[in-house]
Every structure is written in C-alpha cells, then in structure tokens.
Write a protein that binds this ligand. Sequence first.
Ligand code: SF4
Length: 416
Amino acid sequence: MLIRYPDYLPMFQCLAGQCPDSCCRGWGIGIDPKSLERYASWEGALGNRLRNSIDWENGCFLEYEGRCAFLNEENLCDLYLEGGKGAFCKTCRTYPRHIEAFENVREISLSLSCPAAMELILSGKGRAAFVEKEWERPLERYRDYDRELYRQLCVLRAALIEAAERKDLSARCRVSWILALGHDAESRLSNGDRKGLLQLISRSQMKSDRFEAYLRRKIHEKPGISPEETSKRYLELFRSLYPARDNSASDWKKSSPISESEGKAARGRAAKDSANPLSPVQEDAFSEALSSLLIYFLFTYLCGSVYDGKIFQKVQLSVYLTAMVFLLAEDRRDGKREEPGADPASETAERSSGISGILERDPNWRRHLKEAAVQLSRQIEHEDRNLELLERAMERGKREEFSLMSCLMWADRFFS
Ligand code: SF4
C-alpha cells in the first residue's frame, strides 16, 4: 500500500488551549463503534464520566453550550488529560487529518478547518510537494475500481497543480486554464482517450502570452451566459447552504496567534500600500494564497472522480471554494459590518468587481482570508449536505450558468 501526503503534514502541531477556534466546540463529535464499546466498559472515575458524557443513541459526545463535554475551562481535553492519547476515539485521533481511500493508495491531507493546519496549508508559498511512502498493509481489491483511471487522474491533477503554481500567468489565466483543462479532460477520459489527455496537458507548457490569447479566443468563439448571471447563481448557491456553525465562541480576535503576529505588520503594510492599493508585495501574497488554496482543493477532491467520472464538477468545485474564501474574507473586512446595508458575505460579493477590488478595500485581507478559510471549510467540507448540494448543482451540463464557457467568462472577471 502507498501513502501520499503533502510535505508539510508531519509539521502539524495542535495548538491545544491556545487554539482560536477549537475543533471541540460548535459541532458534534461522532464516536466510532469500537471506541463506543471501549467507553462502555471503561472502569473507574473516567468510566463513570464517559458513561454520562455520551449520547449513546446517536454515538457522539454530549455538548454543553456547543462545547464537547470533555473540553475544560482551559480549552483542554479532559479525556486526553485523564486517559492519555489512547483514550481518543477515531475522530479525535485522526482530526485534522483527512484520508481518501483509493484501493492500494491512501491520500492524507490536513483539513483547512483547523487553524494550525490552515497556517501550514497557506504558508506553502503556493508550491506543492508531496511525499510518497510504502505502507505495510495488505493489498486491497475494490470491486469495479478503475486503477488505470486513478493513475490518469493523478497525471491530470499534477498538471492542474502545475497550472495553479504558474506565477508567470495572471490569476484569471491560471484559473481559466484549470477549468478548461478539467472540462476537456473529462471528455477524453470518459472515452478512455489517454493519448488525448496527454496532448491536452502538453498545452500547459504554452508561454503566458499564447495562453492569454488561446483562452480569449475560446471565450469569444463560443461565449456562455454573462459573468454576472454565473456570479449570481454561485451566490444563490452559497445562500442555499446549511448555515455555518455558531462561531460566537471563537477566540480569533482575542487570542489568535495570527492576529497578534500579523496585527502590527498588517497595519504597517496598510499604511505603505495605501498609495498603491495593489502593490507588488500584495500581488505576490495574493498569488501565493490563490495557488495554495487551489492546490489544497484540487488535491483533496480531484481524484475522487475515479468513483463517479465527474472531473469537471470537482475542478469547478475547487475553483468555486477558492473564490468563496476570498468573498468570505471580504465579509470580515474591518468596519464592513457597520457599513449601512452591509449584510452577509454574498451582498458584498455581488458588488465586487473581482479579486483586485476585494484586496484594494481590505489591507488586512490576509488575516481575514485565514479566518475565512477555516470558516468555509467547517461549513462546507465538514457538512456532507452542503458538499453534496454544491456537487449536484455543478454536475456537468445541468445548468448553462455553470457550463465551461460561462465559468470561463466568470473567472475572467472574478480573478482579474
Ligand atoms: S482545531 Fe486544530 S489546533 Fe485547534 S484544537 Fe483542534 S486540532 Fe488543535
């Protein structure tokens, strides 16, 4: 068996009591059957507490005011303090690691929903490096599993990630190419046209000016519906999601190592940048953040299409989630809430002309982006109903607003 993971994964360290948004509050923690069995027969004082702190019917820890029954006043886990690491259930032992299973491969990523993991993901300077290791586990066989398709999806994902990393291309060009490649690759791979896929990928080597011209031609030859319409639909989709958990207990503002360490620097940058809202420093930081988010989502979702063949849907989802992080960041802009008429993320978004508008309005956008990334991941990546809702809406050919041409026109506007 092979395991594959991003190179920063071993650097992960839980912030424990210092965490600005603990994973032990605000959502239910499900307990696996094996752990439930252990907890039921645990002896002594901890055993008694366990029996009184579990919702045995639904197999999860009880919560008090949104906090896990074992989270103490110092925001530390009593189960860990009293029973050691071995007392953890599977969820607590694994989080924030996320594991995707592909017959004889396990892909492990860190979830953006954890502030410490998010720091690692966004500090990757927009570069991706993955480690592969043999793992001594018996080989597995999945029924109806297409091993060859998985291999080709890995090749495609590498090309998409390479495109996300291309700093010589404008943001809109990178995103557009990722969408186009994902779309066309689906047609090739659904016909088993491996050669066609490699030909497509070889276009990724194009020089930036040829790339721009190629994409412009593609849009003009066969335009989709207006970018405003696609933007509207995307935002409607966002509004239709099941609400985010209550974040009122979050300590981002008061204890966040991010806000502390970045506060001064951000104010300095704001003063420096005010004469030139999109300074080269900001451009670079934006470019890195964009790459890191795209790479994160593509790595997490793309290869899942081995099970359903919906490659373009996964690519579109990755781009959509990246865009939504920027929009949610805009919603966190200092003072934005006090503006007359200011309301949920989506309204500001509707007024936004694109990324550069968002960055211009918010000199602290990097801090807000980090908070927004965690928020979005918790609301969407950890809520199956929301993920399914988005995936269903983005199914290929279902809606004209989400067709390739419409998405290209939207990306051209949004990422400029
Ligand atoms: S969210 Fe991450 S850093 Fe915070 S307590 Fe959970 S695992 Fe630790």
